[in-house]
Write a protein that binds this ligand. Structure first.
Ligand SMILES: O=C(CO)COP(=O)(O)O
Length: 251
């Protein structure tokens, strides 16, 4: 059985003090990790505070990005090796904002996935189509091609352990959620792609999140779908009450 994973992606919000306040506000009310994994992915400058504040709680900690090199002359980048040393468990890669504003390619994302695995950090690999691609009804081939490129040369064991986040760009921060049927349809396609590339067991193990205007009001319906194992949540993860409503969607 796949453990559901609800992750906040704070993007460029929150400072270390606010991070500690947030953890204080949520820590006592988080579900058991065996029931739902509660994760916050925070800006690199907040990770030390987040990891320390989350110690001994059911809150898991992730980064929003990392580079594919561990060290060297790469000004401004975040090392996957240092993430590991800091005790960071997850790292988002290939978010559409990174692909769009920072020109990250499928090849970069594949290299980042390998670098994270080399350092024992679990990647959350994002994929998703633009409105233009959906209107042209090309969303499936677009997402399948992103997945194939991101997973290139990864082992079945690695793919079993990672997380894929389907985030249609037209649903991010727009208040326009994909319908639960649209989200399920693509998450199912992603799982079938993993089965074609690897095997049934790997496809059954890989966790697939939906992201794009997930809110307390729609999380339950999304999570009821058989191929949706979690949410990657931007705006609604910044407020403690809203975050708690998301991670406790089973109550
Ligand atoms: O991009 C997202 C999470 O990675 C989704 O953001 P919103 O939940 O704000 O739409």
């Amino acid at each position: 059985m796949r453990t559901p994973i609800i992750a906040g992606n704070w993007k460029l919000h929150m400072n270390p003090e606010q991070t500690v306040e947030f953890v204080k506000a949520v820590s006592a009310k988080l579900p058991e990790s065996s029931k739902v994994e509660s994760l916050i992915c925070a800006p690199a400058v907040d990770l030390d505070a987040l990891r320390k504040a989350a110690e001994g709680t059911n809150l898991h900690v992730g980064a929003e990005n990392a580079y594919f090199e561990e060290e060297g002359a790469f000004t401004g980048e975040t090392s996957p090796k240092v993430l590991k040393e800091m005790g960071i468990q997850y790292c988002i890669i290939g978010h559409s904002e990174r692909r769009g504003y920072f020109h990250e390619t499928d090849e970069d994302i594949n290299k980042k996935a390998k670098a994270l695995f080399a350092n024992g950090v679990t990647p959350i690999i994002c994929c998703g189509e633009s409105l233009e691609t959906r209107e042209a009804n090309k969303q499936e081939e677009w997402v399948v091609s992103q997945i194939k490129a991101a997973l290139k040369d990864l082992s079945a064991e690695q793919v079993s352990s990672l997380v894929i986040a389907y985030e249609p760009i037209w649903a991010i921060g727009t208040g326009k959620t994909a319908s639960s049927d649209q989200a399920e349809e693509m998450c199912k396609t992603i799982r079938e792609t993993v089965k074609d590339l690897y095997n049934e067991e790997t496809a059954e193990n890989v966790r697939i999140q939906y992201g794009g205007s997930v809110k307390p009001a729609n999380v339950k319906e999304l999570m009821a779908k058989p191929n949706i194992d979690g949410g990657l949540v931007g705006g609604a993860s910044l407020d403690p009450e809203s975050y708690l409503a998301l991670v406790n969607y089973q109550d």
